[in-house]
Design a protein. Structure first.
Length: 127
């Protein structure tokens, strides 16, 4: 039986897709992404408001692409900030130091003896 979901973008019902949006909205987002990407290839130093005006893509959508890591700003601004410490970043959700701390925490959690005494993941040498 096909799972039915409500599109996070338009609110219509659709057969479930992992991204949470219907095929029509996904196609529109991909068109928007290509327009922004192509504009930035021609104008790599363009600011987000300029890109939005030139492409017709809403600033919120452009920031979504930045948060997803699909685009990167030439320089950090005060709008895109690390979700942990608030530092200005060019793409994604975390600055490099916070990302490294988060990754280290995950590595530590997977270490042998961590997390309720469960064995961690490690490589085995074959010999």
């Amino acid at each position: 039986m096909t799972r039915i979901a409500t599109c996070e973008e338009c609110g219509r019902l659709f057969p479930f897709l992992a991204r949470g949006i219907c095929g029509d909205c996904l196609e529109r987002l991909e068109r928007d992404f290509r327009a922004v990407r192509d504009h930035l290839r021609e104008q790599p130093r363009a600011r987000i408001p300029e890109v939005a005006r030139a492409t017709g893509v809403a600033e919120e959508v452009i920031y979504r692409f930045l948060r997803e890591g699909r685009l990167e700003q030439a320089a950090p601004d005060d709008v895109l900030a690390c979700e942990v410490c608030g530092a200005a970043i060019t793409a994604g959700r975390h600055c490099a130091p916070c990302r490294e701390r988060l990754l280290q925490g995950l590595r530590d959690a997977g270490a042998p003896g961590a997390a309720h005494g469960r064995p961690g993941m490690h490589s085995r040498s074959r010999g």
